[in-house]
Design a protein around this ligand. Structure first.
Ligand code: AMP
Ligand code: GLY
Length: 424
């Protein structure tokens, strides 16, 4: 069959790598893809938001199956555009992707269906939000309602900071329309873990767990980023916690969405905090995480394309989802200065070192070919290096060793991805 992936980052590269090795995939396209994906797929320069051109291209090439991977097109209804033309598609419709696109929606859903999460209030007026803050204690958690590149959450230690945060989000519109509403949430503490689940709208199958490192600097310092690295599985996600979440979070959420007339097909990403009172949902995303996909997908035993088709067809109950009994660590190589300002266009050297190197992967995030056909940096997050190992400590050592095989000017990375696992 002919398959098209919509997207062009490291997550899409990991998906492309798995789909390309499926015996069912005869031809793979990516829009827009990147220099790494280009080794596996024919890349076509169409924006992920240009639904009309994407659908026209899919029809012209007689594409059988489309995978819409990033959040923005899902929130904008790009999956609907394919589905409405009768093209089989992986990814939720707009009315279900809202579980990520509106924090107010997801908080109201959790409250209505008794899905464990932090207490909260939603505000559409800055004055009311400010008055409410006066009645609360520090730290304050402020969340812009809409999509904000993972940067719309502010944790404020003082009332002054929180008030300034409301000003930024709701009045200055730092995150644009995403700040029309704000959620103010109870502050929680605990380990964070991400569990991505496949769903066909009725059946939900959790994948192996993972953890992201969102801050730019070592020791969780600096600004929030799209993710500087990941590890999988999380040693803190015990069988007991998994059982609790299966009973109280995953199935309940999918059933709640169905009851609301918002059938959820695709990947439901559950961001959890393991608090003293038990697991609580921090957020839902309507897609694979990036760079969670880069550690979870290499550990998947099943044919990813088969599982995605089962999600679209509503036959996930017939899938036996299995992961390798190993571990993976992904270290993101970024451009120095990310996430604020950075230069692009530097040649990436050493990619050939990864050819046929078992258990090691390079997943391109922001790369492109220059005019001379060389692979150059083209973003803040440039390339993720994933390594497998028998356990997390081994995988981490392998991943850091492998980062030395790649080089480019202004290369920057964190040195403590997965470090918490050494405390075990
Ligand atoms: P979110 O995008 O909602 O996952 O939030 C981004 C990050 O902010 C999370 O990964 C947590 O580290 C932190 N965070 C979000 N909500 C809370 C909360 N209620 N209490 C403490 N930290 C939070
Ligand atoms: N790594 C977090 C995300 O993809 O939202």
């Amino acid at each position: 069959m002919k398959v098209m992936i919509v997207g062009g980052g490291g997550r899409e590269h990991a998906i492309a790598w798995a789909v390309a090795k499926s015996p069912k995939c005869d031809k793979l396209y990516a829009a827009p893809g990147n220099a790494g994906i280009a080794e596996l797929a024919e890349c076509v320069n169409i924006s992920v938001m240009d639904a009309d051109s994407l659908v026209a291209f899919a029809k012209e090439k007689e594409i059988d199956f489309v995978i819409v991977a990033p959040d923005d097109p899902l929130a904008a209804g790009v999956a609907d555009a394919f589905l409405d033309e009768g093209i089989k598609t992986f990814g939720p419709r707009k009315n279900a992707a809202i579980i990520e696109a509106s924090k107010a929606f997801s908080k109201d859903l959790m409250k209505k269906y008794n899905i464990p999460s932090a207490a909260y209030e939603t505000f559409e007026s800055a004055d009311e939000a400010l008055a409410y803050l006066e009645t609360q204690e520090a730290p304050y958690v402020l969340k812009a309602d809409g999509l904000a590149l993972g940067k719309g959450v502010l944790i404020c230690n003082t009332l002054e900071e929180a008030k300034a945060g409301i000003q930024e989000i709701m009045v200055d519109k730092k995150f644009g329309e995403a700040g029309n509403k704000v959620v103010i949430e109870e502050f929680m503490t605990g380990r964070e873990v991400s569990v991505l689940c496949f769903s066909d709208g009725k059946t939900i199958l959790p994948m192996t767990s993972a953890q992201d490192h969102k801050r730019a600097g070592d020791g969780d310092t600096g600004l929030n980023t799209g993710g500087m690295g990941t590890f999988s599985p999380s040693p803190f996600y015990t069988d007991e916690i998994a059982k609790f979440c299966e009973e109280n979070v995953y199935q309940r959420t999918i059933d709640a969405m169905a009851a609301e007339g918002r059938e959820f097909k695709g990947v439901l990403f559950c961001g959890l905090m393991l608090t003293e009172k038990g697991p609580r949902v921090l957020e839902f995303n309507a897609r694979f995480g990036d760079p969670e996909a880069q550690v979870v997908i290499p550990r998947l035993k099943n044919d990813l394309l088969d599982v995605m088709i089962a999600c679209a067809d509503g036959t996930l109950d017939q899938v036996d989802l299995q992961f390798e009994d190993n571990a993976a660590v992904c270290v993101m190589l970024a451009s120095d200065g990310y996430p604020v300002s950075y230069e692009k266009g530097y040649e990436i050297r050493g990619l050939e070192n990864f050819k046929d190197k078992d258990g090691y992967y390079v997943f391109h995030s922001g790369t492109k070919f220059d005019d001379a056909g060389k692979v150059v940096t083209n973003g803040g997050r440039v390339i993720g290096v994933t390594a497998l190992g028998e356990n997390l400590v081994q995988a981490r050592a392998n991943a850091y060793k492998a980062t030395e095989l790649l080089d480019f000017d202004n290369k920057y990375m964190r040195h403590d991805i997965g470090k918490a696992i050494d405390e075990q």
